[in-house]
Design a binder for this molecule. Structure first.
Ligand code: GTP
Ligand code: SPV
Ligand code: MN
Length: 615
């Protein structure tokens, strides 16, 4: 294109953006125009989050073959998407924190200098939306106007991302209007990296082999290229609400965490409590947030299943919100017997990704029902029978569903300024060593517990499933700055909160016996552990001091009605000093990579733990 016509094309794009604009904020207009001039879309849509818009986009996608409409009687308003087989999970090795100083990203993140990364990215984004529609998606994380709430915009060329964003966030005009000139908001840009040249036919799931998930914490920007899946493409989620928000929180005195949030009510006293819990990806947050207690006397209500923002309130207590408006939950293993609340929640208005399609136009995945269908179309679109010898649904297949469909939704989800936290849990998948539950000896010891969590890897990210790795605070892939500084921030917050700070516990539902089976029944029976935790918070139970923390004393854990649990209790709570001392040596190595950034309080905790184990 000659330079005169290139100029004309740019002017046309700029006009296209401004003519359709639903804001007059010059900062937004300028940014959107710049991105459009760079990416060169064929059309521009300012999203309003309405039902009409949803209907229009879903129809277009069904027409184009990138969504399958499910049976309206069985799953009204619901759709199935099948991704490209190479685009099925987060890509941690393509995820970058682009802070000015490498030390601010720390040894657990991939780092690149912002200017260098921009220089690498801009040629890729140049023309990347050609032949496609550019959607501008304004969204609020938290209730618009709330004390903990933050606003953002995602520009994307993926209609699939738009639909998911409508479920996952409070998307639309109110969010856009909340972004006033000079206010703080997060700019996110997403392209699947698959421009269409004139006349070129589209594919069902466009993406690019080359992927970049990049974060610029100093300028509150995210640029994501090449993937359409989950946390890679729904930029409100891991990119904004965890990586960027963790940096904002550090400088503004709050915390962005990979935590579920639940309300627990003692039905005898009527007193309610709030608990948050950080477990790594695909390690039971959704299940715990929707728990159906198997013991009487407790009611659980759901506030969030993946992300919590925590901020001290005017009363000095730590207050929490779920900044999201939907669930992007793991399908496999979710069924009537394990999580009936999730099954009820996804009655309709749900997007399923990479699950199997049944002959009557509904969905299925491993663990949904005990009975296995005789015939399916699997997640790859191929014929499937039980004899096929392969999984019908991808292990990281997901359902996206509005939180307001949850039968156990707590009113607290609407709470503008958050709920006060009583207890914080840290957990992981640990076949050995870690007992069912232990309370930390102090906030500082609790931070040490969180900092040293290990967990077996799951299918939520590319990598080797089952491999044990450190996943401090379940934030290893999500902390937007140096992990050692993050621990320091947690220690500071504890000092600020003082006596009113939530109590900290470590839990492990995944310990296995010699025969390789889980020792603890888990799921609804985890209510027994919550019962003990709250009674510790209330000071009703003494507990039993051990080297690693306070465990339930004899008879404190309510086990009535669990069959044959007595023979497993010793194994479930065993603390083997030798193995723990060996883990202490590994913790030394783990801490060493952070050099002198490691808070001295954590070094002291490690040496105290060794002393207690050796006593
Ligand atoms: P992300 O959305 O990836 O952050 O994950 P999540 O932590 O919300 O994961 P989710 O709750 O969906 O859990 C995924 C897997 O954990 C499912 O396969 C469950 O069956 C399994 N799981 C959840 N709770 C328990 C439990 O108490 N015991 C056992 N053994 N497995 C559990
Ligand atoms: C996780 O991996 O922790 C998730 C799913 O919650 S994703 O949004 O894809 O990151
Ligand atoms: Mn998660």
């Amino acid at each position: 294109m000659g330079s005169a016509s290139a100029l004309e094309a740019t002017a046309a794009i700029s006009t296209m953006v401004r003519e359709a604009a639903t804001t007059e904020n010059p900062e937004i207009l300028q940014w959107v125009t710049e991105v459009a001039e760079l990416t060169k879309p064929d059309a521009v849509v300012w999203c309003d989050g309405s039902q009409d818009e949803w209907n229009r986009i879903t129809s277009e996608m069904v027409e184009a073959g990138s969504l399958i409409a499910l049976n309206k009687d069985l799953r009204p308003g619901s759709f199935l998407a099948r991704s490209h087989p190479g685009d099925v999970a987060r890509v941690e090795d393509r995820t970058f924190i682009c802070s000015e100083n490498e030390a601010d990203a720390g040894p657990t993140n991939n780092w690149c200098a912002p200017a260098e990364m921009k220089a690498e990215l801009m040629p890729l984004f140049d023309g990347s939306m050609r032949g496609r529609t550019m959607y501008i998606v304004p969204f609020s994380m938290g209730p618009v106007g709330g004390a903990i709430t933050q606003l953002g915009i995602e520009i994307t060329d993926s209609p699939y991302a738009v639909l998911n964003m409508r479920i996952m966030t409070r998307m639309g005009q109110a969010a856009l209007d909340g972004i006033t000139p000079g206010s703080e908001w997060v700019r996110t840009v997403h392209s699947v990296g698959a421009p269409l040249e004139a006349g070129q036919a589209d594919v069902a799931w466009p993406c690019n082999d080359l992927k970049y998930i990049t974060h610029f914490p100093e300028t509150l920007e995210v640029w994501s290229y090449g993937s359409g899946y989950g946390g890679n493409a729904l930029l409100s989620k891991k990119c904004f609400a965890l990586r960027i928000a963790s940096v904002m929180g550090k400088s503004e005195g709050w915390m962005a965490e990979h935590m579920l949030l639940l309300k627990l009510t003692n039905t005898e006293t009527g007193k309610s409590y709030h608990i948050s819990a950080a477990f790594p990806s695909a390690t039971g947050k959704t299940n715990l947030a929707m728990l159906q207690p198997t013991i009487p006397g407790w009611k659980v209500e759901t506030i969030g299943d993946d992300i919590a923002w925590l901020r001290p309130g005017p009363d000095g207590r730590l207050r929490a919100i779920n900044p999201e408006a939907g669930f992007f939950g793991v399908a496999p293993g979710t069924g009537e017997s394990t999580n009936p609340v999730a099954m009820d929640t996804m009655w309709g208005n749900t997007i399923f990704t990479n699950v199997a399609l049944t002959d009557d136009g509904d969905v299925w995945w491993e663990g949904k029902t005990d009975a296995v269908p005789e015939h399916l179309i699997d997640w790859l679109g191929d014929e499937w029978t039980p004899e096929s010898g392969k999984l019908a649904a991808h292990p990281n297949s997901r359902f996206t569903v509005p939180i307001q469909q949850t039968p156990t939704l707590a009113d607290d989800w609407f709470e503008q300024d958050g709920v006060p936290l009583d207890a914080i849990l840290f957990g992981g998948r640990r076949a050995t060593n870690v007992p069912l539950v232990a309370q930390s000896l102090s906030w500082q010891h609790g931070v040490f517990m969180g900092a040293t969590i290990s967990s077996e890897r799951t299918a939520a990210a590319e990598g080797t499933v089952g491999e044990l790795r450190r996943d401090p605070f379940a934030m290893l892939p999500f902390c937007g700055y140096n992990m050692a500084d993050y621990w320091g921030h947690w220690l500071d917050m504890g000092e600020k909160l003082g006596e009113g700070a939530p109590k900290i516990f470590q839990v492990n539902w995944f310990r296995k016996g010699a025969d390789g089976s889980f020792l603890w029944p888990g799921f609804g029976d985890n209510s027994r552990v919550l019962d003990w935790i709250i009674r510790r918070v209330e000071g009703e139970y003494e507990g039993r001091q051990t080297a690693i923390g306070t465990l339930p004393a004899q008879d404190e854990l309510n086990l009535s009605g669990i069959e044959q649990i007595e023979d497993k209790l010793d194994e479930l709570f065993a603390i083997d000093a030798e193995s723990w001392l060996a883990e202490c040596n590994l913790t030394d190595e783990f801490f060493a990579q952070f050099g002198d950034k490691i808070p001295s309080a954590l070094v002291a905790e490690l040496s105290d733990l060794r002393a207690r184990l050796s006593a």
